[in-house]
Design a protein around this ligand. Structure first.
Ligand SMILES: [Zn+2]
Length: 315
């Protein structure tokens, strides 16, 4: 067994699964594993799973990393090592996961929010490597992000900066999980797109594409699939989504004047179907105070090594 500071054990605790990796400082993955989560996991069960996954990878690789990093889908206090709130996995709010995991592994443990970690990964390993000012947006079930200014991650007073998903773009819009109304997450996140389709009864009845899918099974990916097949209703939902996103992104551009907006997350996989009209719409919305901001698609591999990036990144 080699105890080493050149390697990192990383966990990504998401809403549906935990991904674990052992990788070197450059993000080269040596071992990986994954385990599906259940909604009511609880604190003991999650520590038990991380213990099992981590030790299995350590045994198989023969490497005992000095550092463990955890990225988590929810609000975290990185300084204290505490999960503040856990919207997807119940029973993990107000939980010092770092303290408990230190008892298991006797290593240094780092905790970071998943979207912040993905932004850091863009800076360390990805498309933001040579940029000082960029904004990363994770477009997935929910919407999150991270803001880099003058080469540094903007943390904010409470370490909670970059919660892009909860900026309001439609004051009377639908309620969001955060308690506000009309947040971009509640309009253009994956869950929200599916909800907007399901609420459109005419569409469910008259669209050749959607009338074939049980309404509870509809996802955001169906919107793109239906547009490809020429479905007019899906095209309208997509155009509306582009409008919401371009409003939110234009606001960010006005506030931070970035060189680029880097978009990752499952919805970014739609590629040009999303990026082309989105870029047009942003340019149109900012034409009075035009600046050429690049709109870049994140490489999915960069997201996989986000737990490594957070321990390599030195602000
Ligand atoms: Zn919100």
């Amino acid at each position: 067994m080699i105890s080493s500071s050149d390697f990192i054990l990383g966990f990504d605790i998401g809403g549906t699964k935990i991904s674990g990796i052992i990788a070197d400082n450059h993000g080269k993955i040596l071992k990986s594993s994954r385990k599906y989560t259940v909604k009511h996991m609880g604190k003991e069960k999650i520590i038990e799973d991380l213990d099992f996954m981590g030790n299995s990878m350590i045994d198989e690789s023969g490497i005992y990393p000095d550092t463990i990093s955890i990225i988590f889908a929810g609000l975290v206090d990185s300084e204290q090592g505490k999960i503040i709130s856990s919207p997807n996995l119940f029973g993990l709010s107000d939980f010092n996961i770092v303290k408990d995991l230190k008892k298991v592994f006797h290593s240094k443990v780092i905790l970071e929010n998943d979207a912040t970690a993905a932004a850091i990964s863009e800076k360390v390993f990805g498309k933001g490597k040579n940029m000082d000012d960029f904004i990363y947006i994770s477009l997935s079930t929910g919407i999150g992000g991270g803001i880099f200014i003058n080469g540094n991650l903007l943390r904010g007073n409470n370490g909670l900066a970059g919660e892009i998903g909860h900026t309001v773009i439609l004051p009377d819009g639908p309620f969001c999980g955060c308690g506000r109304r009309g947040c971009i997450e509640a309009l253009a996140g994956g869950k929200a797109i599916a909800r907007r389709i399901m609420e459109n009864r005419t569409m469910l009845k008259e669209s050749a594409f959607f009338s074939e899918i049980p309404s509870g099974k509809i996802t955001a990916k169906h919107m793109f699939d239906a547009v490809k097949k020429g479905d007019m209703y899906a095209q309208l939902i997509l155009e509306e989504t582009i409008f919401y996103l371009s409003t939110a992104i234009s606001n960010l551009i006005c506030s931070f004047d970035p060189e680029a907006i880097i978009i990752g997350g499952s919805i970014s996989m739609a590629g040009n179907m999303l990026f082309k009209p989105l870029k047009q719409s942003i340019d149109e919305s900012l034409k009075g105070m035009y600046r050429d901001v690049k709109l870049i698609r994140s490489d999915p591999e960069t997201g996989k090594i986000a737990p490594i990036a957070v321990s390599v990144y030195k602000p």
